[in-house]
Ligand binder design. Sequence first.
Ligand SMILES: Cc1cc2nc3c(=O)[nH]c(=O)nc-3n(C[C@H](O)[C@H](O)[C@H](O)COP(=O)(O)OP(=O)(O)OC[C@H]3O[C@@H](n4cnc5c(N)ncnc54)[C@H](O)[C@@H]3O)c2cc1C
Length: 233
Amino acid sequence: MAAAAYDAAHHHPDADTRKQNQSFYEFMVPLVKGYSTEMSLEVTSAAVQVHGGMGFIEETGVAQYYRDAKILTIYEGTTAIQANDLVGRKTSRDGGQTARAIAAQIQDTEADLNKNGSADALAVARRLQGARLAFLEVVAFVADQTRASPNAVFAGSVPYLMLAGNLMAGWQLARAWLVAQEQLAQGVDEAFMRAKLVTARFYADHLLTRAPGLRDAILDGADSVTGLALESF
Ligand SMILES: Cc1cc2nc3c(=O)[nH]c(=O)nc-3n(C[C@H](O)[C@H](O)[C@H](O)COP(=O)(O)OP(=O)(O)OC[C@H]3O[C@@H](n4cnc5c(N)ncnc54)[C@H](O)[C@@H]3O)c2cc1C
């Protein structure tokens, strides 16, 4: 989606559409770099765990993926630097306007899911809504407080990056759910489409549910980030 927005930002015939796509793309860059790379560590760590002791030693090859994944969060500029970019240039600078425009698109996807009305669609829509509302609370905090209380906002910059990335990934899976449902109804590639539906539901149940906790950490957690005296280190 970020790559498609980049193309539209450069090649769409309409100037306003080019501008909107440019803002969308720029907002997505720290999420693509930061959230995806942090999640690659979580995924490869789980892969080692699944293989147990044989995963930790070299025979299965999975430990190599884990080690390779660790550099991804460093050599694209580090997660904290991507998070600083998300707070400063991508959210605070336009007063949260781009973030809110993306949230409105997510709300449209929720409406499509609710219209479908199946138990799975309603479950995914409910979790997407919970994550979107958590995101909007944090966007308001970042947009309003970055100048007045920079330490309070930047203390939560990485959790904000993870919340926003989590929401965007859940949104894309929800869109995939809607497409897979249609394809399944037409009898296209049944096993693949069913896997898409289950994956989207799993993500909604087990990962989108992290968003409200991240919101609480960002809105209420700054004091304990900066609480230790320098001499304590
Ligand atoms: C294998 C490898 C390949 C690389 N390839 C390239 C390449 O092709 N091109 C290229 O340009 N660079 C490359 N790099 C360099 C890479 O871009 C830097 O390592 C990276 O930007 C981090 O900088 P640093 O190592 O100086 O860490 P530092 O900037 O010293 O950061 C150390 C820690 O402090 C945190 N930190 C630093 N500043 C802040 C801040 N203001 N707020 C909050 N936290 C902060 C960081 O997040 C990090 O956790 C490569 C590095 C490696 C290891």
